[in-house]
Design a protein around this ligand. Structure first.
Ligand SMILES: NC(=O)c1ccc[n+]([C@@H]2O[C@H](COP(=O)([O-])OP(=O)(O)OC[C@H]3O[C@@H](n4cnc5c(N)ncnc54)[C@H](OP(=O)(O)O)[C@@H]3O)[C@@H](O)[C@H]2O)c1
Length: 304
């Protein structure tokens, strides 16, 4: 079964219904070589997982470039068969950015344009399919961001724009000035803010799909301690057998996919078999009471 593509918003782009997150593919995780990354990319594409999520900062500003080398290694028409998403706006203290005196945010026009151009160079491509502002910047001037986006779009360097970790009001403010197609946010049974703070309501009302980071809470559900984690793990385990002996990770992904906002999970795994199995979540249709059983386990109490 191949993962299908879905429109993230009325004017596109089309992304695969499951996205491969690259945060731990490089120096921040397993440190794949370009050849190993090329194998991961080909594996994902064979499964229909054609969209790859990046940020300039991953691997201390190095993972995009390794991925770019991997694409060059694969060659042929690989770029035409995938969608590249990346983010900018966080300035990390890093030996690769000695000018960054402290961790800060930057959404100035000049910085956004320079970041996009650097990502194009790193990824060895002439366009980004989707470019996100990584975190809300308290000094963000929406007109300035819109001007940067317009410049990049006119130059054909970026096709679509969005944000990440924005509150609904921050999203609304920026979307008054420029077209946004998504808000990439954290969501899982132990982090349910987007369900209740208006984030998912806004996505539904604007006909946009949210992208979901940490769909499994990082590795928390597998390695973490704490009573709420253990309760969720127990419920997920008990549901596994009911839904065809799928893994607990599949139950947690299915929990997200059950929401009418049309969530697009960004998978954080670095393992081929886990990426392959994630597809099972697309045909695991949790019934309402099971969905609420996971919520209840996370919250430690029944709903009001
Ligand atoms: N926009 C943002 O601010 C933001 C923030 C964070 C992340 N992201 C994006 O979201 C992506 C996913 O985030 P995430 O890494 O937190 O995602 P996640 O899928 O919630 O967690 C991934 C972690 O869970 C482990 N894992 C997965 N399945 C497992 C299983 N069955 N048993 C044991 N361990 C398991 C993985 O280990 P293995 O590798 O060993 O499978 C990995 O350490 C990132 O790659 C990045 O692209 C965006």
């Amino acid at each position: 079964m191949k993962v299908k593509q879905v429109n993230i918003a009325p004017n596109g782009p089309k992304l695969s219904q499951l996205v491969a997150g690259t945060m731990t593919w490089g120096e921040w995780g397993v440190d794949y070589s370009p050849e190993q990354m090329a194998m991961m990319i080909e594996h994902c594409v064979e499964l229909g997982i054609t969209t790859f999520d990046h940020a300039d900062i991953y691997g201390h500003y190095s993972t995009e470039a390794t991925f770019g080398e991997a694409l060059a290694h694969i060659g042929g028409d690989i770029r035409d068969r995938i969608q590249l998403v990346t983010k900018c706006g966080i300035r990390l203290k890093s030996h690769r950015r000695p000018q960054n005196r402290l961790k800060s945010y930057d959404t100035s026009k000049e910085y956004i344009i320079r970041s996009a151009e650097q990502s194009l160079t790193n990824l060895q491509t002439d366009h980004l399919d989707l470019f996100l502002i990584h975190r809300p910047d308290p000094l963000m001037d929406p007109q300035e961001v819109a001007a940067a986006f317009a410049h990049l779009k006119e130059a054909g360097k970026v096709l679509h724009f969005g944000v990440s970790n924005f509150t609904p009001t921050q999203y609304e403010m920026l979307s008054q000035c420029t077209e946004l197609v998504t808000n990439q946010v954290e969501c899982n049974p132990l982090h349910t803010d987007p369900l209740f703070d208006g984030t998912f309501d806004q996505m539904i009302n604007t006909d946009c799909r949210p992208m979901i980071w940490s769909p499994l809470g990082g590795a928390k559900y597998f390695k973490g301690e704490g009573t709420s984690v253990l309760r969720v793990r127990d419920v997920a385990k008990s549901l596994s057998s009911k839904y065809g002996n799928v893994g607990e990770d599949i139950i947690l992904l299915a929990w997200l996919l059950r929401h009418p906002a049309g969530c697009i999970p960004v998978l954080g795994t670095t393992k081929k078999d886990r990426i392959r199995d994630a597809r099972l979540a697309l045909k695991t249709d949790l019934d309402r009471q099971d969905w609420f059983a996971l919520l209840e386990a996370a919250q430690g109490k029944e709903v009001a």
